[in-house]
Design a binder for this molecule. Structure first.
Ligand SMILES: O=P(O)(O)OC[C@H]1O[C@H](O)[C@H](O)[C@@H](O)[C@@H]1O
Length: 316
């Protein structure tokens, strides 16, 4: 379909065009790759787009049937519902750093430590399997999905592969905001790290009410996972990233805020999810008033996207 849309399984147009083609041709499956075919997304026969968390869930369900109890590593921008989906099927969910190399390397490391880890996948669509020599390989993922689809058809089901993930809930809200670092480019990384580490201290010291540093709960990675404290084996280059789980009296734990230095750009990426409509805006206001402004960080950071979302609920 290229050059009709960007070849990217995260791209809404790419998924929408593929969905339309599947429905128009009564196809069994639509497939979206990026240019070098290491990222993928699919559309099932009913037109359901399956990318991001949904793709991870679909592959997880297949892999967990083949390897009961396996550990699955993903980046930490996945939903709380995905963790439930994996654990409900008997798997362990290891939430790790953004960056497909980090996610895959974590899986390699866990296997070396004797923790059976068959799938490593990022929300971007990058994914690797132990059986495929830990290669970042979108084509292999899609072949697994095609085999599953044929298996279902041979068993007499026309439900489509989307049926496998029908119990995966979606967060009510999921947003990404960027904070540009106002500085000479050579100091930008340092400043971003300073801001992110101050965020960590704030959350650790309980200065943001209801916010708590997240980890994989009581899994074997204990504190080392999302908080990075006792893991020296992975590259330090993009290690400054933390996730805080967020609760309030009314809803209990309803979401999370993930803050990290961008891998490619001199900015800070802020991702948020909540199961309660309106709560991403509430969390943004807390971040703005109780952390950024309280620290005087609004002088060294371009917080226009944060301010806009806090005021209007509009990303941009
Ligand atoms: O830090 P960002 O600019 O958001 O980029 C983050 C992304 O960087 C690269 O594209 C990696 O391949 C991805 O694994 C990662 O998710």
């Amino acid at each position: 379909m290229f050059p009709n849309h960007i070849p990217n399984p995260e791209d809404k147009t790419a998924m929408a065009v593929t969905r339309a083609a599947v429905l128009e041709n009564s196809a069994d499956l639509g497939i979206v790759f990026d240019t070098d075919v290491d990222r993928s997304g699919v559309v099932d026969n009913k037109g359901n787009p399956i990318n991001g968390d949904k793709l991870i869930a679909l592959i997880s369900a297949i892999v967990l049937r083949e390897h009961p109890g396996t550990t699955i590593v993903t980046d930490a921008r996945t939903s709380m519902a995905l963790t439930r989906f994996i654990t409900n099927r008997g798997g362990n969910h290891c939430l790790y750093r953004v960056g497909y190399r980090n996610v895959i390397d974590k899986g390699v490391q866990l296997n070396k430590e004797g923790i059976e880890t068959h799938l490593m996948m990022e929300t971007s669509g990058h994914g690797a399997l132990k059986e495929n020599h830990f290669l970042d390989d979108g084509a292999y993922m899609v072949v697994k999905i095609i085999i599953e689809m044929v298996r279902m058809k041979l068993a007499g089901s026309d439900e489509g592969v989307g049926n496998i993930i029908k119990d995966l809930e979606e967060p009510a809200e999921s947003i990404e905001l960027r904070i540009n670092v106002v500085s000479e480019p050579r100091y930008a990384k340092e400043k971003a790290i300073e801001a992110i580490e101050t965020f960590r201290e704030y959350v650790e010291e309980g200065r943001l009410e209801g916010w708590e540093l997240d980890s994989c709960g009581d899994c074997w990675v204990s504190e080392g996972c999302l908080v990075d404290s006792n893991d020296t084996s992975a590259a330090a280059v993009d290690a400054h990233m933390y996730r805080a789980k967020v609760s309030d009296e009314e809803h209990g734990q309803h979401g999370w805020v993930h803050i990290r230095q961008s891998i490619h750009n001199p900015n800070i990426a802020v991702n948020m999810q909540s199961s309660v409509p309106g709560c991403c805006q509430t969390m943004t206001r807390v971040l703005l008033d109780k952390f950024i402004i309280a620290n005087g960080m609004d002088k060294s950071l371009d917080i226009s996207q944060i301010e806009k979302y806090a005021k209007s609920g509009i990303v941009g």
